[in-house]
Design a protein around this ligand. Structure first.
Ligand code: S3P
Length: 458
């Protein structure tokens, strides 16, 4: 086992196409999906800002998180992977990060880029951040605008795109900010900057978004309060706390569990267990929606691990019906729409997914790429404003035969694989390499439960 973090590789250089054929047998068995991506990024960042030592167990060792590890090391944190697969971090303390001596390359990861910007803005250092072609297209204005109010100065490409030069400040101002978009990344960037600001940083969110930053900040010893405010929340952070190194246990990622979950619902006769999945109520919109669609999903052994609710999901195949998914559910399932759209293609009746504007600025324009995934495989799908409407063909829908462009988007690639397992004709996925960003070993894990995906290049 290596005692230093593996070097992140850029998977874009070598496309990995795959032909996925209908599963010939039911999916069966018990699996555990990798650690939560959101929690893994935060664990490395908060540990790097803490005083003393942190041990992280269950860290997602996907490319996105390895980018965060590399960036935190460039800022002076000591990060070492242990022989028992845990990660040991020795933090530098708030306000004590070092100036990186090279460009910080955040690869494909929007979360790494946005959250880290909060840290860089609130230290007296100059840094330059870039990312891969997908990340360089994604909007950074949403963090530049609030962080500019703290006193940091940004120079970006047109439209607020990476590469970005950040001149951070030694004495950032504590700000009060109402989020114009429901985004946990923006909220977290502001809270991270607020850690080094004297006084109280306040973030108002119009709709609650994942609260892993708030939970983990408290775990490391910060004072954070959260109040309901109409349909949203107000989060207050007292600045300049001393964060203390802690043990962190990362639960399995519900956004990764989504793929075997939907595959097991669609492949006839399947019955699987997905163990120890994170069930933070701000992340469980997909499970609620699938259950409304008639899915046979039962949560067993609900418990709290590492401060987050977890449970084992028992998933049995069965028919689904179309539903109307309200826009205010989007933050709790924002990454799950592509695979939900695949489930909807095999449901009986129409599914309307409302309020998907934020999907346009993910790793790909996921509204367009999900529509292309379905339409290219014979599914009737339309977009009306920010809503996607999928006309389900039922469990025996004649779907497939298409070539899917994954557009540097890991979740689109995994959704295409799930579609292929239930389709009547083979599905060609143009590049599965980006799956490594969030779900290393995805195809092998699916094959362990019987997916029978031939791993040879098409
Ligand atoms: C994330 C928040 C979401 C989500 C992303 C992870 C996070 O993005 O899509 O995969 O860890 O905070 P937004 O906050 O931009 O919606």
């Amino acid at each position: 086992m290596p005692d230093t973090p593996p070097t992140p590789l850029h998977p874009a250089s070598l496309a990995r196409p795959l032909v996925v054929r209908r599963a010939t047998a039911a999916l069966r068995g018990s699996i555990r999906v990798p650690g939560d991506k959101s929690i893994s990024h935060r664990a490395l960042m908060f540990a790097g800002l803490a005083v003393g030592d942190t041990r992280i167990t269950g860290l997602l060792e996907g490319e996105d998180v390895l980018r965060t590890a590399a960036a935190m090391r460039a800022l002076g944190a000591e990060i070492v992977r242990q022989a028992d697969d845990s990660w040991h971090v020795t933090g530098r303390g708030i306000g004590r990060l070092l100036e990186p001596d090279d460009v910080l390359d955040m690869g494909n990861s929007g979360t790494a880029a946005r959250l880290l910007t909060g840290l860089l803005a609130s230290h007296p250092i100059v840094s330059v951040m870039t990312g891969d072609a997908s990340l360089r297209r994604r909007p950074m204005r949403r963090v530049i605008d609030p962080l500019g109010l703290t006193g940091a100065v940004f120079t970006s490409r047109a439209g607020g795109r990476l590469p970005l030069c950040i001149a951070g400040c030694a004495e950032p101002r504590a700000i009060s900010y109402r989020l114009p978009v429901a985004s946990a990344q923006v909220k977290s960037a502001i809270l991270l900057a607020g850690l080094n600001a004297a006084g109280e940083t306040v973030v108002e969110e119009p709709v609650p978004t994942r609260d892993h930053s708030e939970n983990m900040l408290r775990h490391f010893g910060a004072e954070v309060s959260v109040e309901a405010d109409g349909s949203g929340r107000v989060i207050r952070l007292r600045g300049r706390p001393t964060l203390q190194g802690r043990d962190v246990l990362v639960p399995s990622d519900p956004s990764s569990a989504a793929f075997p979950m939907v595959a097991a619902l669609l492949v006839s006769g399947s019955s699987i267990v997905i163990e120890a999945v994170g069930l933070n109520p701000l992340r469980t919109g997909l499970i609620a929606t699938l259950i409304e669609m008639g899915a046979d999903i039962v949560v067993r052994n609900r418990r709290v691990e590492g401060g987050e609710p977890v449970g084992d999901l028992v998933v049995n195949a069965g028919p689904l019906r179309g539903v109307d998914v309200p826009a205010d559910r989007a933050p709790s399932m924002i990454d799950e729409y592509p695979v939900l759209a695949v489930a909807a293609a095999f449901a009986t009746g129409t599914t309307r997914l409302r309020g998907l504007d934020e999907l346009r600025v993910k790793e790909s324009d996921r509204l367009a790429s999900t529509v292309a995934l379905l339409a290219g495989n014979g599914v009737q799908v339309t977009v009306e404003g920010d809503d996607m409407i999928v006309i389900g063909g039922g469990p025996d829908a004649r779907i497939g035969g298409g070539r899917v462009e994954t557009r540097m988007d890991h979740r689109l690639a995994m959704s295409a694989v799930v579609l292929g397992l239930a389709a009547s004709e083979p599905v060609l996925v143009d590049d599965t390499g980006f799956i490594e960003t969030s779900f290393p070993g995805f195809v092998a894990l699916m094959n362990r439960i019987g997916a029978g995906i031939a791993e040879q290049v098409a």
